[in-house]
Design a protein around this ligand. Structure first.
Ligand code: CAP
Ligand code: MG
Length: 419
C-alpha cells in the first residue's frame, strides 16, 4: 500500500462534540476548483492547529489531543473546535497567527472568511477587558443617558496646534463632549503632539470654567510602541482622561502593551480601526469586523468605531447592529465597550442613527460640524439640537423651526446619505 501523503481528513470529525474548554471558530470556506469540501475544511483545521501539507515521519504522542476538528458544516459555513492547550494565555498575536494566519493563503481555498470565534471562559479570564467600560465612561464625562458626542476637526490634517485649540473652543462650547484627533494626525511639523495636547488643556480649563460642564479629548498617540507609552504618560501628566489608538495599524501586541500602561495611568482607550477595511469588507474573504471588535474588547478598549450603515463608509446593517449589541452585552467579567458611530454623519442623519442603534453610543460628527455654514460652534449646536429632537420625540423640522443652527444644517445637507 503506497505511503499516505496527506492526512487532512483526520481533522474532519462530524461526530465530535466540542468540550466546554474548546475555542470554537466559525469560517466561511470556498474550496478551490477540483477539491472536495472536506479536504479543504480539513486543511483549514490542520494548518491552523498542528498540521502541515503532508504526513509526517514521527508524531509526538500528544498530537492526537491537540488536533483541531472541523465538526459542523452548514453550506459554506463550518465550525472548528480547537483544544485550549493550543493557545497561550494573554497572547493575542499567537491566537491570530493560528486562527487567522497561513490558512488565508492556502491554494486549497478560493475564499476564506473568519466570521467569529468564541473563546471559552478559561481563555477570556486571562484578559482585563476595558478599564472603564460604558458605565465608567459615562461617570467620567458626567453624561448619564444621551449619546456621548465627539467631533474631529476637519480638514483632518492642516490646523496648527494652536488653531486646533481654537476649534476645540468652538465645538466644546457648542455642546460636543469630546474633541478627537483624526486617525492620521500624530506629531507633524506644524502640529507637534505635545503642543497640541498643552494648548487643548488650557482651552479645556477655559471652557469648563465658562460652561460648568465636563469636556474631554480623544488624543491620538498612534506611533511606535515606546513612543506611544511616552505620549500616554504625557497625556496623563496633563490630567486628561483618554488616549486614542489606531489599533489595526499599531497592531495587537502594541495594544496589549498600551492596555497595561493605561491601567497604571488611569487612561481610557478610544480605538480607531483605520485599515480594517483591507480585510473586513469582502464578505467572502478576510476577517469580520465582529471578530475584530471582539478582540479589541477582550484586550480592553473602552470605545471602538463600528460603523453607521447610513454614512460614507461601508458597513452592512445587520453586522453593525450585531457588533453594537455584542459590545454592550455581558461577557463573563469583561466590561462593555462603547460602540462609536462615525463617518459621513451630519444632523440630518442623527435620528436614523439613534433609531438603529439606540442612545448607548458614541456619535462622532466631523465634516458635519466643521462644514456647517455658520461655523463650528453652530455645527456643534445643530448636532445637540438634532439629538434633543430625538430624545424629546420631536421631528427635526419641528426642532429646526425653533433653532437656526439646525435649520442651517438641514438647508445644507438635508437627510443626505453621503457616498
Ligand atoms: C470621520 C472620520 C473617521 C471615520 C472612520 C474620517 O470623519 O474622522 O475617521 O469615521 O471610519 O476620517 O472619515 P467625518 P469608521 O465625520 O467627517 O466623516 O468610523 O467607519 O471607522
Ligand atoms: Mg478620521
Amino acid at each position: 500500500m503506497p505511503e499516505k501523503i496527506e492526512w487532512y481528513l483526520e481533522f474532519v470529525d462530524y461526530d465530535y462534540r466540542p468540550s466546554k474548554t474548546d475555542l470554537i471558530v466559525t469560517f466561511y470556506v470556498e474550496p478551490a476548483k477540483g477539491m472536495s469540501f472536506e479536504e479543504v475544511a480539513g486543511r483549514v483545521a490542520s494548518e491552523s492547529s498542528v498540521g502541515t501539507w503532508t504526513t509526517l515521519a514521527e508524531l509526538p504522542y500528544r498530537i492526537k489531543s491537540l488536533k483541531a476538528k472541523m465538526y459542523e458544516r452548514d453550506g459554506n459555513i463550518i465550525k472548528i473546535a480547537y483544544p485550549l492547550d493550543l493557545w497561550e494565555p494573554n497572547n493575542v498575536p499567537q491566537l491570530l497567527s493560528g486562527i487567522a494566519g497561513n490558512i488565508f493563503g492556502m491554494k486549497a481555498v478560493k475564499n476564506l472568511r473568519l466570521i467569529d470565534y468564541e473563546p471559552p471562559e478559561e481563555y477570556v479570564r486571562n484578559f482585563k477587558g476595558p478599564q472603564y467600560g460604558i458605565q465608567g465612561i459615562r461617570k467620567l464625562l458626567k453624561v448619564d443617558e444621551r449619546p456621548i458626542l465627539a467631533t474631529v476637526p476637519k480638514p483632518k490634517i492642516g490646523f496648527s496646534a494652536e488653531e486646533q485649540a481654537q476649534v476645540a473652543y468652538e465645538i466644546w462650547t457648542g455642546g460636543i463632549d469630546l474633541l478627537k484627533d483624526d486617525e492620521n494626525l500624530s506629531s507633524l511639523p506644524f502640529n507637534k503632539f505635545e503642543k497640541r495636547v498643552e494648548y487643548a488643556q488650557k482651552m479645556r480649563e477655559k471652557v469648563e470654567a465658562e460652561i460648568g460642564e465636563r469636556r474631554s479629548y480623544l488624543i491620538n498617540i498612534t506611533a511606535e510602541t515606546e513612543e506611544m507609552k511616552k505620549r500616554a504618560r504625557f497625556v496623563a501628566d496633563l490630567n486628561w482622561e483618554y488616549v486614542m489608538i489606531d489599533i489595526v495599524t499599531t497592531g495587537w501586541a502594541a495594544l496589549q502593551t498600551l492596555r497595561e500602561v493605561c491601567e497604571d495611568l488611569k487612561l481610557a482607550i478610544h480605538a480607531h480601526r483605520a485599515m480594517h477595511a483591507t480585510f473586513t469588507r469582502n464578505p467572502q474573504h478576510g476577517i469580520s469586523m465582529f471578530a475584530l471588535a471582539k478582540t479589541a474588547r477582550l484586550i480592553g478598549v473602552d470605545q471602538i468605531h463600528t460603523g453607521t450603515v447610513v454614512g460614507k463608509l461601508e458597513g452592512p446593517e445587520g453586522e453593525v447592529t450585531k457588533i453594537n449589541e455584542f459590545l454592550r452585552n455581558d461577557w463573563y467579567h469583561i466590561k462593555q465597550t462603547f460602540p462609536v458611530s462615525s463617518g459621513g454623519l451630519h444632523p440630518g442623519l442623527l435620528p436614523e442613527i439613534l433609531k438603529r442603534f439606540g442612545s448607548n453610543l458614541v456619535i462622532q460628527v466631523g465634516g458635519g460640524v466643521l462644514g456647517h455654514p455658520m461655523g463650528a460652534q453652530a455645527g456643534a449646536k445643530a448636532v445637540r439640537q438634532a439629538i434633543d429632537a430625538h430624545l424629546e420625540n420631536m421631528s427635526l423640522d419641528e426642532m429646526a423651526a425653533k433653532n437656526i443652527e439646525l435649520k442651517a444644517a438641514l438647508d445644507k445637507w438635508g437627510y443626505l446619505h453621503p457616498k
